[in-house]
Design a protein around this ligand. Structure first.
Ligand SMILES: [Zn+2]
Ligand SMILES: [Zn+2]
Length: 164
């Protein structure tokens, strides 16, 4: 009987959490008292919790303090994040120019925003998700063709301004 109670306390006999996620090895954290926590649910909870305006400020403050106490780690994280984004960008630019069809090294290539709202310049964020999103709105052109595009756009605008 005692064992049974313990089983209940540690929710060991359950295969799934109350939201239906499986208690697999990867998805389970075991607390000191033996209670198992579903990582998937924890993630959902954290996301909801930290997105509240009140907690956003708290989180910012906490992160700032953490950075000050972990200068090396935070510097390494920043470098790693920067490199991840660079890698994505270089990969995306590793193709021939859409206009002249010539293949140049990545540092000659530009992103030309053609779809949707431009939120940021590609490369101005360390977030891989934002980078990928922004790249999706772009065509990859060489810097020469990019200039030609820009000039043509300006010219078109000038003409339409005159006719108005
Ligand atoms: Zn769950
Ligand atoms: Zn080109």
């Amino acid at each position: 009987m005692k064992i049974d109670q313990n089983m209940n306390l540690t929710n060991k006999n359950k295969e799934k959490c109350k939201r239906g996620h499986k208690f697999t090895k990867e998805n389970t954290r075991i607390l000191k008292n033996g209670w198992r926590v579903c990582k998937e649910c924890k993630k959902l909870h954290d996301k909801k919790f930290w997105s509240k305006p009140k907690n956003k400020i708290k989180r910012k403050k906490y992160l700032k303090e953490w950075r000050l106490n972990n200068l090396d780690k935070s510097r390494n994280n920043a470098i790693r994040a920067y490199n991840r984004v660079r890698e994505i960008i270089e990969k995306a630019k590793n193709k021939p120019c859409i206009d002249c069809n010539i293949k140049y090294p990545h540092y000659v290539m530009d992103f030309d925003h053609i779809k949707g709202n431009k939120l940021i310049n590609v490369g101005r964020t360390r977030s891989t998700l934002k980078t990928l999103k922004e790249i999706k709105k772009c065509e990859v052109v060489c810097s020469n063709c990019h200039r030609i595009r820009t000039w043509k756009n300006k010219k078109r605008k000038r003409i339409s301004n005159v006719s108005n």
